[in-house]
Design a protein around this ligand. Structure first.
Ligand code: MLT
Length: 409
C-alpha cells in the first residue's frame, strides 16, 4: 500500500497565496462589475527593462542558428552571468565572493525551500522569524523537522518574534540553534537590519556553529546607504551564511524566472560524528542532481542588468515601485495607522489593531482591494496587513482612495 509523507498533514490546507487567490477569484466571479486591484502577492506589473528584452531577443536568435545554438548549459549557470554577479553584487560592495560560489537557479522560492534538504532532519534546531515568508516554515514541516501545531505554532521551532516593541527586527535568541532564517529587507514587514544587528547574528551563528540562511531578494530596494545589502558585508559571514538573491523583484523577472544562491567555500557543516563537510560541495551535488540550469536567453537577460544601461533601468523600475510604496505609506499614516516598511522595501506593514483576515475581507468587500493578512505570515502577524507596492501608479492611487472611502464609511 502506497503511503504518504505524513508531515504534509501537519500543514495548513493550502499555501497562503493560493488561499488568497482562491478567495479573490470567488469574489471576482460573484462581483463581475467590481474590478479588483491586487496589492496582495508581491507580483510585479511593469514590463521588463529594455536591456533584458533586447538580450532575450538576441539570445533567442542565437538559439535559432546551428553555429550558436546551445543545449544543456552548466547546471550552476553560465560563467558570464556568475562573473557579472560576483563583480557587481559583491566585489563592488567590498565582499569576497567568487563566481563559482554562485549557483544560478529559476527562483529564490525554490532555493529557500530546497536548501534545507542538505541538512539533518533529526535534532536540528531551527530559528525562524515570525511573521515570515511561509516557505521557510512549510518546507521544514514537510521535511519532518517540526512537531504538530500547539497554540498556533509548530513544536520544534524557536520563533524569532518581530513586533512593534523591537521595531520588527528580532534579536538573537537566548538558546542555541543550528539553522537560522533571516530576510532583510524583510518580507512581509519591509523592515531592514542595520550593520550592528546583522553583526550580532553572525557572531551568534559563529558561536553556535550554526548557519544563517539570508534571504535578500529585496536588496535592490534599499536606499539608506548605511544599510547592508548582503550578509557578506559583515566580517566573518563567509563561514556561517548562505545568501539568496532574485531577479524577480530587482528586474521584474517573476514571470521570466532567474535567481541565485551564494554558498561560500568556507562554509562547513558537521556529520553525526562531528566531522566537517563542505556545504558548497553538498549543494553542488544536490543542484547538479536535481536541476538542469536556467535557459540561455533568460541568463543573457539577467546579465544585461549589470550593464550601465541595465543598472539605470533597474534603478528607474525600483524607484517607480518605491514611489508607490511612499504613497501607500503616507495614505495609511493619514488614516491613523502606524506602519513600517516602504522606504527600503516594496512592502508596507500596517498595524491595524484588528483581526487581520477580517481586515482583509473588509478591504476586499468594501474597496475591492487585495492585501495580505498578517496572520498568514505567523502568529505575530495578527493585527497587521501587508500592502504591496507592485502595481501601476493608477491602480495604487485608485486603491488608496477606495480604501480611505471604505474605512471612513
Ligand atoms: C510575496 O508576495 O511574498 C512574494 O511575491 C512571494 C514570492 O516571492 O514567492
Amino acid at each position: 500500500m502506497i503511503r504518504i509523507n505524513e508531515n504534509y498533514t501537519k500543514l495548513k490546507a493550502s499555501y497562503l497565496f493560493s488561499d488568497i487567490a482562491k478567495r479573490v477569484s470567488a469574489y471576482a466571479q460573484a462581483n463581475p462589475s467590481k474590478p479588483v486591484i491586487r496589492l496582495g502577492i508581491g507580483d510585479v506589473t511593469e514590463p521588463l527593462p529594455q536591456v533584458c528584452i533586447d538580450a532575450l531577443h538576441a539570445g533567442t536568435d542565437e538559439m535559432s542558428k546551428r553555429a550558436t545554438f546551445k543545449g544543456y548549459g552548466p547546471e550552476q549557470g553560465y560563467a558570464f552571468l556568475r562573473e557579472a554577479i560576483a563583480q557587481n553584487d559583491y566585489a563592488a560592495r567590498g565582499c569576497r565572493i567568487e563566481a563559482d560560489e554562485i549557483f544560478v537557479s529559476d527562483g529564490s522560492k525554490c532555493d529557500c525551500g530546497n536548501i534545507q534538504e542538505i541538512f539533518a532532519t533529526d535534532g536540528l534546531r531551527l530559528a525562524i522569524p515570525d511573521p515570515v515568508y511561509p516557505v521557510y516554515v512549510d518546507t521544514n514541516v514537510m521535511a519532518g523537522r517540526t512537531g504538530g501545531v500547539v497554540n498556533g505554532r509548530y513544536e520544534g521551532i524557536t520563533y524569532l518574534e518581530s513586533t512593534p516593541a523591537n521595531g520588527y527586527v528580532p534579536s538573537v535568541p537566548s538558546v542555541p540553534t543550528d539553522l537560522i532564517y533571516l530576510c532583510f529587507p524583510n518580507n512581509p514587514t519591509g523592515a531592514v537590519a542595520t550593520r550592528g544587528q546583522l553583526a550580532a547574528w553572525v557572531a551568534y551563528a559563529r558561536a553556535n556553529k550554526a548557519i544563517i540562511l539570508f534571504d535578500s531578494a529585496y536588496e535592490a530596494y534599499i536606499r539608506d546607504p548605511r544599510i547592508p545589502h548582503s550578509i557578506y558585508e559583515i566580517e566573518g559571514a563567509r563561514e556561517v551564511a548562505i545568501e539568496f538573491r532574485s531577479f524577480s523583484k530587482t528586474a521584474g523577472f517573476t514571470g521570466t524566472r532567474c535567481a541565485y544562491t551564494v554558498v561560500p567555500k568556507d562554509l562547513q557543516a558537521f556529520d553525526h560524528a562531528g566531522k566537517s563537510h563542505s556545504v558548497h560541495a553538498l549543494w553542488n551535488r544536490r543542484h547538479t542532481t536535481k536541476f538542469n540550469g536556467v535557459s540561455y536567453p533568460v541568463q543573457k537577460a539577467a546579465a544585461a542588468i549589470f550593464t550601465d544601461a541595465g543598472k539605470q533601468q533597474v534603478k528607474a523600475m525600483t524607484d517607480f515601485y518605491l514611489a508607490n510604496a511612499a504613497l501607500i505609506r503616507t495614505a495609511m499614516l493619514k488614516l491613523g495607522f502606524s506602519c513600517v516598511g516602504g522606504d527600503n522595501a516594496p512592502y508596507i506593514w500596517i498595524n491595524t489593531g484588528r483581526d487581520s483576515w477580517e481586515f482583509f475581507d473588509l478591504l476586499l468587500n468594501q474597496a475591492q482591494v487585495v492585501c495580505t493578512p498578517g496572520a498568514g505570515f505567523g502568529k505575530c502577524g495578527e493585527g497587521h496587513v501587508r500592502i504591496s507596492a507592485f502595481n501601476s501608479r493608477e491602480n495604487v492611487e485608485t486603491a488608496l482612495s477606495r480604501i480611505a472611502a471604505a474605512l471612513k464609511a
